[in-house]
Ligand binder design. Structure first.
Ligand code: ASP
Length: 349
């Protein structure tokens, strides 16, 4: 019988939350320790289904301070990356239990920082805490275990950072949180789902990345001096000119209209040019959920292209943000790599 060793890292999130005042359902939810979560899922115990029936060996680790994922920053990504790096050789797969609010950002960040990843790293969480009688936590966690211990369940090993949530398996850096109330909390607007976990589990092999042969390593640095600007009719370009003088600022993500379009007024284009002249990297992504930036389609987009703005193609906001932070943090060839497909995060025409 095939067996597997899985490492589960608990970082926090609704899945393991309880009410601040026990018994008072009107008090806010706050993260609880790992024991709280484990107690509510007997299938994880030593004589539970996964270990007794399937031979899966679990190791549990937890952040010292488990958090609501709205508190996440690159130090938390570094903590996850350190755990993965130290334990990489000893395990067949990894599960990161994470709040849903910033799960897609963390999944994107990990996808870039984990170089030549050869094993599944599966993020999951839930919309209702595990103690709730209608919780989605148990099925989400159980599904994540099936994907992380793929060989035990006769499934293909997916060597990617994934989000497994509400019976869907998504590429992490293609995912976005689409609902704060539906059990179906995540979508992959511009890339097919990698699998579905209904009564039977279907993996869409043709979409999964090849398993690399080169050695695994981690590049964990992220630059935080970037900004995201969403354009709107009436946007004041002077704000961009003022930003150009911020010496710390390294990069700007411009959320443009439609297929990457922006106002063509002289004052707007001059502001973009000034940012470029001051050495800021500018990445163009669309405000459309299923947008694809093509700065050659319209004159209003072409102006940006001529200034040297880089096309983010169909990247999600989360992937674009993590990618820019990571490339700037590791002093990679930013302008060349930002618009290239590094980990399946964008489509090329
Ligand atoms: N605020 C929570 C978090 O992201 C929401 C959740 O987990 O669903 O940690």
């Amino acid at each position: 019988m095939p067996s597997a060793k899985l490492l589960i890292l608990y970082t926090g999130g609704t899945i393991g939350m309880g009410h601040e005042i026990p018994g008072d359902s009107n008090s806010p939810l706050i993260p609880q320790g790992w024991e709280f979560l484990q107690k509510a899922m007997p299938a994880l115990s030593l004589d539970g289904f996964f270990t007794k029936e399937k031979g899966i060996e679990f190791t549990y680790k937890s952040f010292d301070h488990v958090i609501d994922s709205s508190e996440f920053n690159p130090n938390h990504w570094a903590e996850i990356l350190e755990t993965l790096s130290k334990n990489y050789i000893s395990y067949d797969g990894f599960i990161i239990i994470h709040g849903t609010d910033t799960m897609a950002y963390t999944a994107s960040a990990l996808s870039f920082a984990l170089q030549k990843l050869g094993k599944p790293v599966v993020l999951t969480g839930s919309q209702l805490p595990i103690f709730h009688p209608r919780t989605d936590a148990i099925s989400n966690l159980s599904n994540a275990i099936h994907i992380a211990a793929a060989n035990v369940f006769n499934l293909p090993v997916i060597a990617e950072v994934l989000i497994c949530f509400n019976d869907k398996l998504l590429r992490g850096n293609r995912s976005t949180k689409s609902s704060s109330k539906d059990f179906s909390g995540f979508e992959s607007p511009s890339f097919p789902e990698l699998g579905s976990l209904e009564q039977s589990i279907q993996i869409r092999d043709k979409y999964i990345l090849n398993i690399p042969t080169e050695p695994f390593c981690v590049l964990p640095n992220f630059e935080t001096n970037i900004i995201i600007i969403t354009l709107f009719p009436g946007f004041n370009p002077e704000i961009l000119s003022r930003l150009a003088n911020d010496k710390q600022l390294k990069g700007v993500i411009l959320r443009t209209f439609g297929s990457g379009n922006a106002p063509s007024s002289e004052i707007f284009i001059n502001a973009i040019q000034l940012l470029m002249d001051k050495g800021k990297t500018i990445l163009n992504i669309s405000q459309c959920q299923e947008g694809f930036v093509n700065m050659k389609a319209y004159k209003t987009g072409n102006n940006l292209y001529k200034c040297g703005v880089i096309s983010g193609a169909d990247m999600t906001l989360e992937a674009a943000t993590a990618k820019m932070m990571w490339l700037l943090g590791n002093e990679k060839n930013i302008s060349l790599l930002l618009g290239e497909n590094l980990r399946g995060e964008l489509s090329t025409i």
